[in-house]
Design a protein around this ligand. Structure first.
Ligand SMILES: Nc1nc2c(ncn2[C@@H]2O[C@H](COP(=O)(O)OP(=O)(O)O)[C@@H](O)[C@H]2O)c(=O)[nH]1
Ligand SMILES: [Mg+2]
Length: 494
């Protein structure tokens, strides 16, 4: 075993005590967690990994591609404390933007130039694709040491749309022999006045999706709905979008760099996000007094109009990291976790003591992986506060049967038992069972003729998605029967 500095040994021993003297913690491959030592000289290991990642900290590489990606990179750098384990790489075809990066202290940039003389791709994704292909090996080089690659771009222009998929592909290429590694794409869709770029943006998203483990799409076309104020400044709109980027990236950073007693480590993040498709990653904070505050904030963050519309879907993978002040009640903790599970379409079940939520998937697509990880911790830094980090992915459509009410056909009437006593009575009975004159056919109300309609499932991250409908609760058959007998309201659909 390599030498462990005295200070780290103490921490390791304290951890060993916490998990118990018989623990085989030293044999287990732990992810190394970093703690800022306050000297500004980067981070020093808090817990050494004793497995095959021994002594190797998690390295993160943010690659901003195209003008939007580079701008986001610059806004992020000031948010993330100095950390030698995080690389920021700007990739752009626009020489001015590379110069701006250098002025702001970003040293590792890749200019996509030559043919375009660093004047940008002019919105031409074919030019950007050619540049991406040409610089592919250079991209692989920037991710050589990265366990976590974040590819940040704005779709709908030229450079980001065309080149970002190559950047993501290179990140995966660099990670291919690593057991725990992730490539996450974080991107925007154009806003409404750029609607003519939607199609190009969709193509870019589809291409990027093939090369990332998790994809986060920030839908700028819905920014008006979020601003909800016609006098809102234009800069605020961009700030709100930038804030989404920051929230995603900081949620990940905090999860993988913070060590807590009931910890979530990088391997858990990988289990949640590896090949998970579109994802939601967010953090919510509220006062700890009123549980409804955090629930409301969770609902608005998880159903954020700018993020994936997962209405009508169930998240098959979920990670919840809950922080609270010492003495916070267990009941509240469970309530917070349950609220998250509910918001991701999990099914409520009655347990022996409390109700709880479970991920119920009927006939999920092949290869669907279910995963749940809950971490929590308390500390004085959370006095009066509570904070929840949420990551969800692997969204599966709710089966139609779960959305549609089951209409149970009425049981056929019991057979009539006839016990004739005399021929007169027999005749009377025969008359009774003569076929009745056919009634004039009545039009059957449409809602009975046709199977009940369900809400069309919205296309995730698509800019043209209509306002999200609220999740429909399946209607109980008894309620439906009462309803139908109650005036048969035409046009009723579920
Ligand atoms: N939120 C945000 N979006 C941006 C920013 N810059 C550009 N975009 C958006 O990103 C998309 C692509 O534009 P751009 O990055 O300029 O194109 P590229 O340089 O050719 O990749 C467009 O929808 C822009 O509205 C920015 O600084 N912040
Ligand atoms: Mg540009």
């Amino acid at each position: 075993m390599p030498d462990i500095p005295e200070k780290q040994k103490k921490i390791l021993q304290a951890y060993k005590r916490y998990v118990g003297p018989e623990s085989d913690i030293l044999q287990e491959p732990l992810i190394q967690i970093e703690a800022d030592d306050g000297s500004g000289a980067g981070r020093e290991p808090l817990i050494e990994s004793a497995g095959d990642t021994y002594g190797k900290p998690i390295r993160v590489c943010f690659a901003g591609v195209g003008t939007c990606g580079v701008n986001i990179l610059m806004s992020l750098k000031s948010q993330i404390s100095k950390n030698d384990l995080v690389d920021f790489v700007g990739i752009n075809s626009d020489g001015g933007s590379i110069r701006e990066l250098e002025k702001n202290g970003f040293q590792h940039n890749i200019g996509l130039g030559d043919d375009s003389h660093y004047l940008g791709a002019g919105g031409d994704i074919l030019i950007a694709k050619a540049q991406g292909e040409k610089h592919f090996d250079e991209f692989v080089g920037i991710f050589k040491n990265a366990d976590l690659a974040l590819v940040v771009t704005g779709m709908g222009g030229g450079t980001g749309t065309g080149a970002a998929p190559y950047v993501a592909k290179a990140a995966r290429e660099a990670q291919k022999n690593k057991r725990n590694a992730l490539t996450i794409g974080v991107t925007t869709m154009p806003n409404l006045v750029e609607s003519d770029r939607f199609e190009i943006a969709e193509q870019g998203i589809e291409e990027l999706r093939k090369h990332v483990d998790a994809l986060i799409v920030i839908d700028q076309a819905r920014i008006e709905e979020v601003l909800d104020n016609e006098d809102a400044p234009a800069d605020l709109a961009y700030e709100l979008v930038d804030l989404r980027f920051q929230t995603v990236l900081q949620s990940i950073m905090e999860t993988v760099t913070k060590y807590t007693k009931r910890n979530i480590d990088f391997a858990d993040v990988c289990s949640t996000l590896k090949n998970c498709g579109e994802a939601i990653i967010t953090t919510v904070e509220a006062g700890s007094e009123n549980i409804d505050d955090i629930k409301k904030k969770l609902a608005s963050a998880i159903n954020d109009k700018l993020l994936l519309n997962h209405n009508g879907k169930v998240a098959s993978r979920l990670l919840v990291y809950h922080f609270y002040e010492p003495g916070y009640s267990q009941k509240k903790h469970f309530e917070v976790v349950s609220e998250v599970q509910k918001l991701f379409g999990w099914t409520k079940k009655e347990g022996p003591t409390i109700a709880y939520y479970s991920c119920v998937l009927n006939n999920p697509p092949e290869g669907t992986v279910k995963f749940l990880k809950i971490g929590n911790d308390s500390g004085d830094e959370y006095k009066g506060k509570t904070k929840v980090i949420v990551m969800a992915g692997g969204f599966v459509d709710v089966p139609q049967e779960a959305l549609q009410p089951k209409i149970v056909p009425l049981a056929p009437p019991p057979p009539v038992k006839i016990q004739p006593t005399s021929s007169a009575v027999q005749q009377h009975i025969q008359n009774m069972f003569k076929p009745a004159p056919q009634p004039v056919p009545q039009p059957i109300p449409q809602h009975i003729q046709q199977p009940p309609q369900t809400m069309p499932l919205p296309v995730a991250g698509h800019a043209s998605v209509a306002s999200p409908p609220t999740r429909e609760t399946p209607v109980e058959p008894s309620f439906l029967e009462d309803f139908l007998s109650d005036g048969n309201k035409p046009g009723f659909s579920l």
